[in-house]
Design a protein around this ligand. Structure first.
Ligand code: IMP
Length: 196
C-alpha cells in the first residue's frame, strides 16, 4: 500500500486526517512513525499557503515520500486580519486560550466589524513533482462571549451564524462538515483519488 506522511506531531490531527482519508488506499503515517527525532521547521512564511508548503517540502526532502502538511489560523477583520499566521503564537505560544480569547473579546469595540474566518491550507508535497496546496475558509463572527466546551483554541469565541452556535458548541462531526480543515481535507481527498 502507498504511504503518505502527515507532517505534524499532533496525534489528534493525524487521527482526523486518517478518518477523512479512510476511503483512499493509502497508509496514513505520522512523523513519529517515520522519523526518530523531532525536527524543528521554521515556519516563516507570510501566508498559510507558504507555511504549509514549507512544512510539507521540508519533510518530503527527508523522507522521500508523499507528505501532507497543514497550516491554519484565524483572521479577525477588526484587527486587520490578525492574528492570521501568528494564531498559535498570538500573545505568546504558552498563553492559555482563555486569556487569548478574553483579550479578543475585550479589544473588539462595539463599532468594529465582528466578521472573522478560520483559514486552512493543506499542502501535498510529492517526490519529484510540484507541490499542490488547497486552501479553504470557514466564515464566522467573534461572539459576544465565550461559549461551548468542544474543540480547541479560538472555538469558544468563534460564532458560526448558519448553526447559531460557536464552533465550541458544535460536535466534532458538525464542525468537520463546515470547517476550514474539513473542507480543505476533502478537496485533498478528491485530488488523491484522481491520482490513484
Ligand atoms: P497550526 O497548528 O500551526 O496550524 O496552528 C493553528 C492555530 O490556529 C491553532 O493553534 C489555533 O490557535 C488556531 N486554529 C486553527 N484552526 C482552529 C480551529 O478549528 N479552532 C480553533 N482554533 C484554530
Amino acid at each position: 500500500m502507498k504511504k503518505i506522511i502527515v507532517a505534524t506531531t499532533n496525534q489528534g490531527k493525524v487521527k482526523e486526517i486518517r478518518e477523512i482519508l479512510k476511503d483512499i488506499d493509502m497508509e496514513v503515517l505520522s512523523m513519529k512513525d517515520v522519523l526518530k527525532e523531532d525536527i524543528d521547521i521554521i515556519e516563516d512564511g507570510d501566508t498559510f499557503e507558504a507555511n504549509a508548503k514549507i512544512k510539507a517540502e521540508a519533510i518530503r526532502d527527508i523522507v522521500h515520500l508523499p507528505v501532507l502538511a497543514d497550516d491554519s489560523g484565524i483572521e479577525i477583520d477588526a484587527f486587520d486580519k490578525a492574528p492570521g499566521v501568528q494564531s498559535a503564537r498570538f500573545l505568546g505560544k504558552d498563553t492559555s486560550y482563555d486569556i487569548k480569547n478574553q483579550y479578543i473579546l475585550d479589544h473588539i469595540q462595539k463599532d468594529m466589524p465582528r466578521s472573522a474566518r478560520y483559514v486552512c491550507s493543506i499542502a501535498l508535497a510529492l517526490p519529484n513533482q510540484p507541490t499542490v496546496v488547497f486552501t479553504e475558509t470557514m466564515e464566522g463572527e467573534i461572539a459576544d462571549q465565550a461559549q461551548g466546551e468542544y474543540g480547541f483554541g479560538y472555538d469558544p469565541i468563534f460564532y458560526f451564524p448558519p448553526l447559531k452556535k460557536t464552533t465550541a458548541q458544535m460536535t466534532p462531526e458538525q464542525k468537520n462538515l463546515y470547517s476550514h480543515r474539513g473542507k480543505a481535507l476533502r478537496k485533498m481527498e478528491a485530488y488523491l483519488k484522481e491520482l490513484d
